[in-house]
Design a protein around this ligand. Structure first.
Ligand code: ACO
Ligand code: OAA
Length: 375
C-alpha cells in the first residue's frame, strides 16, 4: 500500500450508496447471490439465459417462459446495416472494448429508447446483439469476412464462439462459456454498475447508461483485469518461473491483476468455479501449462500477501484454452454484465433520486482574480 494514502472511506468503500434487490456480495464473508440464489447453485443447475431472465424479470423462468425468451433473443441477433457499416470502419488495432462502446452507442442512435416503457425490449436487444457486434467487427477487421450473425445456436455463449470461430463449439466449450456468463452477470454496486446507476439517476436513456458502464468496465482495475492476467501468465514457462516472475513484481510493488477485491476479504466465490472449468479445459487441451502456472500464482500470492484470485484470474486460462483472443476477454464480460447493468438501471428508475454526493474541499482558500498583466 502506498505510504500516506488515505484508504478508509476512499473510493466510497464501506458506505452504502443505495438499496438493491438484485444481489448480495460478500454478505456472509464470501458469498454471491442473485435474487436470493447462490451463484454456485445457479452455475450448476441453470443456464445463462435462465439467469438473465431471473436478473431482469425477477424469477427463474418456467420451461415455456425460457423457450419463448430464447426464441426472442435468437430473433434479435441480426445487426442493422448502418451499424455494420460503422463497425467496418473501426480499425483492427482498436481495443475491442472501444468497439463495444461505439456499437452500443450507435445502436442507441438507430433504435433509441423513446420511453422507459421500452426498457425491457431495449435490454433484450442489447443482450442478443452484443456478441454479434463484437464478432462482426472482429471477423471483418481481422479476417476480412462479413459474417452472418444470425446463427441457430441455442445459447448466447455457444453463439459467441460460433461467430468467432466460424463453427459450432464443442459441448465442453459451450458449457464453459455458459458458466462464465453466469459468473459475470451481476455484482451489486461495482464500478461499472454504479456508473450505469448514476447515469440512470439523471433519467437518461438505457443506451447511455450501458455505454458509460462499458467505459468503466474497460479499466484494468475492473473488467480489464482478465486480459491483464493473461498477459501476466502467457509467458510463464512453469511453476518455478511463475514464482520468480511474481516475486519480482511484488518486490517492485507492482499490482498483480486478477488478485484482490474491494468487497471480498478471503476469497471470491466465482474463482473456485471457473478454476475447476479451467482445469477441465487444460486436460481436454492436452497442455496444462497455463493452468499449472495459474495455480502456482494463486499459492504464492496467498503465501506472500494473503491476496486471493478474483473472478478474472482463472478466466484468463479458461478463455485461452477455448482459443479466444486475449483482447476479446473483457467484451465477453460486457455480453454477460449487460443483464446486471440493465436491471440496476430499471431498479434505479423505479425509485429514483438523482445521485449527487458531496465532496470535502481541499483546495486553496478563497482569493481574488489578479489582472492578467500582473500575474
Ligand atoms: C471483476 C472485477 O472487477 S474483480 C477486480 C479486478 N481487478 C483486478 O484484479 C486488479 C487488481 N486488484 C486491485 O487493484 C484491487 O485489489 C482492487 C481494485 C480489486 C480492489 O482495490 P481496493 O479495494 O483498494 O483493495 P484493498 O483495500 O483490498 O487493498 C488495498 C491495498 O492492498 C494491496 N493490493 C490489493 N490488490 C492488490 C493486487 N492485486 N496486487 C498487489 N497489491 C494489491 C495494495 O497494496 C493496495 O494498496 P494501494 O491502494 O496502495 O494499491
Ligand atoms: O464488485 C466489484 O467491485 C468488481 C467485481 O468483482 C465485479 O464487478 O464483478
Amino acid at each position: 500500500m502506498s505510504e500516506g494514502k488515505k484508504l478508509s472511506g476512499a473510493g466510497l468503500r464501506g458506505q452504502s450508496a443505495g438499496e438493491t434487490a438484485l444481489s448480495t456480495v460478500g454478505v456472509s464473508g464470501s458469498g454471491l447471490t442473485y435474487r436470493g440464489y447462490d451463484v454456485k447453485d445457479l452455475g450448476e443447475n441453470a443456464t445463462f439465459e435462465e439467469v438473465a431472465y431471473l436478473i431482469l424479470y425477477g424469477e427463474l423462468p418456467t420451461q415455456a417462459q425460457l423457450d419463448a425468451y430464447k426464441a426472442k433473443l435468437k430473433d434479435l441477433r441480426g445487426l442493422p446495416q448502418a451499424l455494420k457499416e460503422v463497425l467496418e470502419r473501426i480499425p483492427a488495432d482498436t481495443h475491442p472494448m472501444d468497439v463495444m462502446r461505439t456499437g452500443c452507442s450507435m445502436l442507441g442512435n438507430l433504435e433509441a429508447e423513446h420511453s422507459f416503457a421500452d426498457q425491457s425490449e431495449i435490454t433484450d436487444r442489447l443482450l442478443a446483439a452484443f456478441p454479434s457486434i463484437i464478432c462482426y467487427w472482429y471477423r471483418f477487421s481481422h479476417d476480412g469476412v462479413r459474417i452472418d450473425t444470425e446463427t441457430d445456436d441455442d445459447q448466447i455463449g455457444a453463439h459467441f464462439l460460433h461467430l468467432l470461430h466460424g463453427k459450432a463449439p464443442s459441448e465442453l466449450h459451450a458449457k464453459v462459456m455458459d458458466v462464465s456468463l453466469i459468473l459475470y452477470a451481476e455484482h451489486e454496486f461495482n464500478a461499472s454498475t454504479f456508473t450505469a446507476r448514476v447515469c440512470a439517476s439523471t433519467l437518461s436513456d438505457m443506451h447511455s447508461c450501458v455505454t458509460g458502464a462499458i467505459g468503466s468496465l474497460r479499466g484494468p482495475l475492473h473488467g480489464g483485469a482478465n486480459e491483464a492476467a493473461m498477459e501476466l501468465i502467457q509467458d510463464m514457462k512453469d511453476e518455478a518461473d511463475a514464482r520468480d516472475i511474481l516475486m519480482g513484481k511484488l518486490e517492485r510493488k507492482d499490482k498483480i491483476m486478477g488478485f484482490g477485491h474491494a468487497i471480498y476479504r478471503d476469497s471470491d466465490p466465482r474463482n473456485a468455479i471457473i478454476k475447476e472449468w479451467s482445469e477441465k479445459l487444460a486436460a481436454a487441451n492436452g497442455d496444462d501449462r497455463l493452468y499449472r502456472v495459474s495455480v502456482a500464482c494463486e499459492a504464492l500470492m496467498w503465501e506472500q500477501k494473503k491476496l486471493f484470485c478474483n473472478a478474472d484470474f482463472f478466466h484468463a486460462s479458461a478463455y485461452h484454452y477455448m482459443d479466444i483472443p486475449t483482447k476479446l476477454f473483457t467484451p465477453i464480460f460486457v455480453c454477460s454484465r449487460v443483464t446486471g447493468w440493465a436491471a440496476h438501471v430499471m431498479e434505479q428508475r423505479s425509485n429514483n433520486r438523482i445521485i449527487r454526493p458531496s465532496a470535502d474541499y481541499v483546495g486553496v482558500a478563497p482569493r481574488k482574480v489578479v489582472p492578467i498583466a500582473n500575474r
